[in-house]
Design a protein around this ligand. Sequence first.
Ligand SMILES: *Cc1c(COP(=O)(O)O)cnc(C)c1O
Length: 421
Amino acid sequence: MSKSSTLIESAQRHLYGNYKQAPIVFARGSGVEVFDVDGKRYLDFAAGVAVSVVGHAHPILVAAIAEQAQRQIHVSNYFYNDRNIELAEELCRRTGYDRAFFCNSGAEANEALIKLARHHFYGRGDKARQRVIAFHNAFHGRTMGALSMTGTPKYREGFGEMGPVTHVAYGDLDAVKAAMGADVCAVIVEPVQGEGGVNMAPAGFISGLRALCDANGSLLLVDEVQTGIGRLGRFLGHDGCGARADAIALAKGLGGGVPIGAMLTTEALANALPPGTHGSTFGGNPLACAASLAVLRIIDDEKLVLGAKNRGEKLHGLLTRLAADLPLVCEGARGDGLLRGLVLRQGMIARDVLGKLQQAGVLLTAAGERVIRFSPPLIVTDAQLDEGVALVRAVLATMSPSAQSNANMPCQVQSPQGQRT
Ligand SMILES: *Cc1c(COP(=O)(O)O)cnc(C)c1O
């Protein structure tokens, strides 16, 4: 028996069954390559869902984590620690925000945003302003507050009452305007909907939301969990859109794989969550903050934000050509920077293609129903993009839409990502 099959047998007995993992057990990685316990190599174009921005085992990140672990891993927020002060300063300097709150994940960063917005108005005596406007196909995380804003009903089903949230069509400013009211504390938006299908915001959408929020006295919250940290070829996904959020959520790439999330906000909102209203035991721990500081240093030293723009354009060219060459399987390509989607034809299910891609040696994720998402480490090279897209091309070339839909006959309803059916 292979090491993989022995471990998978144990996994199926002992791990909680909320995921539907591929039958691969990873053991190590280096740069854009990862290796399973039996030594098989894969090109990692998923980066653990847009997380491993500096790739695997980057020597500077590894050294920073090791050095910090030798000094101190944890303090708690009863005290300051040197590393989270440095990281707060560094993030504020880069983004122009004034205040940082640290937590451990994207969902937690979004929880902080929603609590910030609601409590801001509560503190000003406007207790009726509790409703949030969010978007269909939005993904903000799986905790109850973040889930209430997540715009895929399937993810919310079965979990009871959700806080007051109105979901409207992504990109539709008229729908937002119609949903506005004196009870709306905030609008929350992703610059590009990652999980929802690599859906691009139309030009002027975020600045239009800013104007609607200003007119209504509501806050604009931007979920940069997937789009931030250079992913779109600029440090924040909504940089350059002509508008700024009142607060943003960061996570995924922020720690290069070490769990850390952050809420960044303005001085005007610095007192919205006074002591006692929010917190996190692990949030802002020196180990995660040291990792994040190293990631930011690597991003600068290796010019990875510009790299994401250039490699992203290269990847887009490859995907557009692939789609044009396989018109029966692919509809086209979309995305920004190094967050790209290869859109499959109607009736195909991206999730069902991932296994074949894994067998061919390339890791990718599905976004929405029929989009194969490319979110490689920002250190990916042109040669690696060529190699990985060639593997994808070879797999897709063997498929026809009819073979796909037959394979999916027994499963009419697509199972949500990461959930057992
Ligand atoms: C992944 C993601 C989240 C949730 O992050 P977790 O760390 O899984 O809680 C929230 N928002 C967006 C946009 C994401 O892509």
